[in-house]
Design a protein around this ligand. Structure first.
Ligand code: ADP
Ligand code: MG
Length: 559
């Protein structure tokens, strides 16, 4: 039987693509600049095998020019250009990517900087323009051709005049309507910031004519405009540079430029991974807690680049919640993007990168704790609570990963200590890791319940955060030592003479204890002669899992 080919209603298809692939129209500039960069790359690859072609880096650039009065935006490149056949095939056939074909043909020759692959990006120009003209002269040809379209109506191709090899794309920016204003795409500063945002690390210069103000010559208070051609993008991303060449200041500058925070980063992590998944990353541990950090408004995530082109502003999947304070970016060549290049297709590579990053952060925090204790404590004061939430959440799934990063105030050391430090100091007869919960260090120090333990010479960890006790309940035991609240019924301390005396006291005054038990019935479970009080007359203690502090917190929680 004859097999028929699908036909497509190309008008509708184009319309759908233009209007439903992208969430933000500003990305049209990212797409056109990416194409220009690909076109230059192709010449570069050609030069590798073609002796006639000498590739002088200075001759290759992209230029963006806005003519506000005529509402015209032009993107010019000195790349490989297109023959009339290529204009027809690449711009006339939806989802046909000349760049993908090029990449496949040149696979052996390190063609991985080429960005294009889907064959749709170009049409995003119609989101902001109602008239697009492409004038192009292919490398090796002395004729130029012009492709012209108003979108769904189709296109024309005819010869035109163009002196140099390359492509010039002219967009007639749409008129404003009641709902939509397109003026921003003709504003110098706005175009510049879109370029910075998405295309800062395109490897060829992206130039613009920037207008500035300067004092008029020979005059003090008269100014004049002057136009100067500037390269807008940084080109070489800091993360592709050699770590050894970079200083702390370079990273701090990057942190500030990226507006990751207004503070200075406490520590940076520069990763160049080329194992199972190839990626570069620069991560920062901030010094201060962002004002909205412990609120619902805070959005975690890292910037995600595919080959130097920004894909996502905040990719949440790259960071576990307990490390949500980390700022920074990841760049990878290995991501499978979806067609809009705003999202990822499937996330195997991403999962690998995320896992890798998680371990690096953990490692960095551990070495900070080991080698730069003061810095670690600064970090811990800002984000320690998040680590404790991390231990508690997901039913303790991450406790192994996080428990060694926790710090608590110690009764003995009068400063923050790790669980490991606590356990390594424990006297042989001490069975438990003792802790006391309360609102503040000062209040805990006055707790009558703590006296017996302290008198025994045992160290007590002070829990002043709501989450502390919950997190510890998740950990349960550390290096085979269980945690014990100083206010729990059985402290696991051998009864000494005083305690035996307390037992005797209880049986000797049975009537008094019966009276107290009766009077307080319903308010407390039991009144007992205490084995732990030294200088206080009375104290409350608990039996079972929940301590008084935990009960208080649970009661205060909204249901
Ligand atoms: P993609 O970039 O994903 O391939 P596009 O729709 O952006 O898809 O572009 C389609 C094709 O048009 C490209 O693959 C390339 O072959 C060609 N093309 C687009 N812009 C240019 C340009 N400035 N110079 C040379 N060729 C271009
Ligand atoms: Mg493209």
């Amino acid at each position: 039987m004859e097999k028929k080919q699908f036909k497509a209603e190309s008008k509708r298809l184009l319309e759908m693509m233009i209007n439903s692939i992208y969430t933000q129209r500003e990305i049209f500039l990212r797409e056109l600049i990416s194409n220009a960069s690909d076109a230059i790359d192709k010449l570069y690859y050609k030069a590798l095998t073609d002796d006639k072609l000498v590739f002088n880096k200075e001759d290759y650039y992209v230029k963006v020019t806005a003519d506000k009065a005529n509402r015209i935006l032009t993107i010019t490149d000195t790349g490989i250009g297109m023959t009339p056949e290529e204009l027809e095939n690449n711009l006339g056939v939806i989802a046909k990517s000349g760049s993908l074909a090029f990449k496949q043909e040149n696979e052996a020759k390190d063609g991985h900087n080429i960005i294009g692959q889907f064959g749709v990006g170009f049409y995003s120009a119609f989101m902001v323009a109602d008239d697009v003209t492409v004038r192009s002269r292919a490398y090796g040809s002395d004729e130029a051709f012009q492709w012209k379209s108003t979108g769904a109506d189709g296109y024309t191709i005819e010869p035109c005049d163009k002196q140099s090899v390359g492509t010039e794309i002219t967009l007639k920016i749409k008129e404003n309507t009641e709902d939509d204003n397109y003026d921003e795409f003709l504003e110098e500063y706005r175009l510049k910031s879109i370029i910075k945002k998405y295309s800062d690390f395109i490897r060829y210069p992206i130039k613009m004519d920037i207008t500035s103000h300067r004092p008029k010559e020979g005059s003090e208070n008269e100014f004049e405009d002057f136009v100067e051609e500037q390269t807008v993008n940084s080109m070489v991303p800091i993360w592709r540079r050699n770590k050894n060449e970079l200083t702390n200041e370079d990273y701090e500058k990057f942190y500030a430029e990226k507006r990751y925070g207004f503070d200075k980063p406490l520590k940076h992590i520069h990763i160049s991974a080329d194992g199972a998944v190839v990626y570069n990353a620069i991560l920062f541990i901030p010094e201060n807690t962002p004002f909205d950090y412990y609120t619902k408004e805070y959005e975690k995530g890292l910037e995600l680049y595919s080959n130097g082109v920004l894909i996502m502003n905040k990719c949440a999947d790259l960071l576990p919640d307990y490390f949500s304070f980390v700022k920074g970016m990841v760049d990878s060549e290995d991501l499978s993007l979806n067609i809009s290049r705003e999202l990822l297709q499937h996330d195997r590579q991403l999962t690998l990168i995320a896992k890798n990053i998680k371990n690096k952060i953990k490692g960095q925090l551990q070495s900070l704790l080991k080698d730069e204790r003061e810095k670690y404590e600064t970090f811990y004061k800002a984000f320690g609570r998040q680590l404790k939430y991390g231990v508690y959440s997901d039913y303790g799934a991450n406790k192994e990963l996080l428990q060694d990063l926790l710090l608590f105030h110690s009764s003995k050391e009068k400063k923050l200590v790790t669980l490991d430090e606590y356990v390594s100091r424990m006297p042989e007869d001490q069975k438990y890791i003792y802790y006391a919960a309360g609102e503040s260090i000062e209040r805990i120090e006055k707790l009558p319940q703590a006296e017996l333990v302290a008198d025994k010479g045992y160290e007590i960890l002070y829990f002043t955060d709501d989450i502390d006790e919950f997190a510890i309940k998740m950990i349960m035991s550390y290096k085979d030592k269980e945690f014990k609240s100083v206010s729990s019924g059985d402290l696991g301390i051998e009864p000494d003479e005083a305690e035996k005396a307390a037992d005797a006291e209880e049986s000797g005054n049975k009537e008094l204890f019966d009276f107290m038990n009766e009077t307080l019935s319903g308010k407390v479970t039991k009144v007992r002669a205490s084995k732990r009080l030294k200088s206080h007359p009375v104290c409350l203690s608990t039996e079972g899992e929940l301590t008084i502090e935990m009960e208080k917190i649970l009661k205060a929680m909204p249901n």
